[in-house]
Design a protein around this ligand. Structure first.
Ligand code: ATP
Length: 357
């Protein structure tokens, strides 16, 4: 999704009159041209060097391709992340998530395509980028003998800041300040990595499997911290295998499969556009639903489980309404009705054919 801001120009228009349009798949230039040419509105602060339209996307990836020798790890992907969004990159092992994140961090050089974070090219302006992004390092990132306190001081000095020790308290590491990195538990190492990523208050935070290996309470806590960051205007991009995490946290996700984006959108949109396996379970006093030969609109499969008739529907509204009418017509009585949307995990498995296609 792109956002373009326009301002009114010409006679009889009192500035500042502005409006914004959110663009999904339409060509930005066509829209801008139409609005400017026919309505007298022009893109506001959207023109960059060379007259190219510059949008407000914090992260922009266009036709990114990365190969390792003959192997194509990422094959021409494009996406944009807006300010304050949490964007999830999902995909089975080897799909290209880390390659994408590390290229955004300037650690890998794309073979083709464009990447920008806040307008900065990660490949050629990496020093400038370091102060604008927070990156959660993987376990090997710190020497085993470095203490938690030293790590914080070291990272902050790189950014020219005083150590942000209060962040260690906030992330539950207050009593571990003198502990060496190698002696921390996996969860504590993850917390420290997040504290270091946040220490210089970067506007963009990049996280690779931020909660892998964490216990339930730590995971919930880290999710709360990510939400807080988002509320303060930080843009987050994260790779995760945890579908519940993506469903709960991410505003939008992209599912990568063998280096290509095979689905993208909000978790809600993605789960609503699957093969339509919304599950409707109905229990009645009588046997109106047990009789053979009853069929309902949009139901693709039906079965019984315990005392419930179970329907899988592509249009739950139509199916539920027909089922209720049928129960009423048969003078039966409803005891229980449950409608369950497919989870993101189910949708993910459907899209990726079990995660390993
Ligand atoms: P995972 O979920 O397992 O972390 P991923 O989606 O992050 O996977 P990547 O780490 O980006 O996937 O790897 C994508 C593909 O590129 C994999 O097949 C991997 O083996 C390959 N690959 C990654 N780094 C290199 C490298 N330095 N040299 C050669 N191949 C590589």
């Amino acid at each position: 999704m792109q956002i373009l801001h326009f301002e009114a120009v010409g006679q009889g228009v009192e500035p500042p009159q502005t409006f914004a349009v959110r663009l999904a798949s339409v060509d930005r230039r066509v829209i801008a041209g139409t609005l400017s040419g026919t309505l007298g509105w022009r893109p506001k602060n959207n023109l960059g060097a060379g007259g190219n339209l510059v949008t407000e996307s914090v992260i922009e990836v266009k036709d990114f391709r990365k190969t390792y020798g003959d192997f194509v790890a990422v094959n021409g992907i494009s996406f944009a992340v807006e300010k304050g969004e949490i964007f999830g990159l999902l995909g089975p092992n080897g799909a290209g998530k880390t390659t994408t994140l590390e290229s955004l961090e300037g650690l890998r050089v794309p073979d083709r395509g464009e990447m920008r974070i806040l307008g900065i090219d990660p490949t050629h302006q990496i020093r400038k980028l370091h102060h604008l992004i927070g990156v959660q390092l993987q376990t090997s990132g710190l020497p085993a003998s470095m203490t938690v306190q030293e790590a914080m001081a070291f990272f902050c000095s790189y950014h020219g800041l005083a150590p942000q020790y209060e962040l260690l308290d906030r992330l539950g590491l207050g009593e571990r300040q003198r502990t060496q990195y190698g002696e921390l538990s996996t969860g504590q190492q993850r917390r420290l990595a997040l504290a270091l990523a946040m220490a210089h208050k970067p506007p963009v935070v990049i996280l690779d499997e931020p909660t892998a290996g964490l216990d339930v309470a730590s995971r919930v806590e880290l999710h709360a911290i990510m939400r807080e960051l988002q509320k303060s205007g930080v843009t987050l991009i994260l790779a995760t295998h945890d579908m519940a995490e993506a469903e709960k946290l991410a505003d939008r996700v992209a599912i990568l499969l063998r280096g290509r984006i095979v689905a993208a959108g909000s978790p809600r949109d993605l789960t609503a556009t699957g093969a339509g396996m919304t599950k409707i379970s109905v229990r009645t006093e009588g046997s109106s639903l047990q009789a053979g030969g009853v069929s309902f609109p949009a139901v693709t499969q039906q079965t019984t489980k315990d005392e419930y008739a179970v329907y899988y529907s592509t249009d739950p509204g139509a199916s539920v309404s027909a089922v209720l009418h049928h129960i009423e017509d048969q003078h039966d009585h409803l005891i229980d009705l449950r409608v369950e949307r497919p989870s993101l995990e189910e949708r993910f498995l459907e899209i990726t054919d079990g995660g390993s296609r």
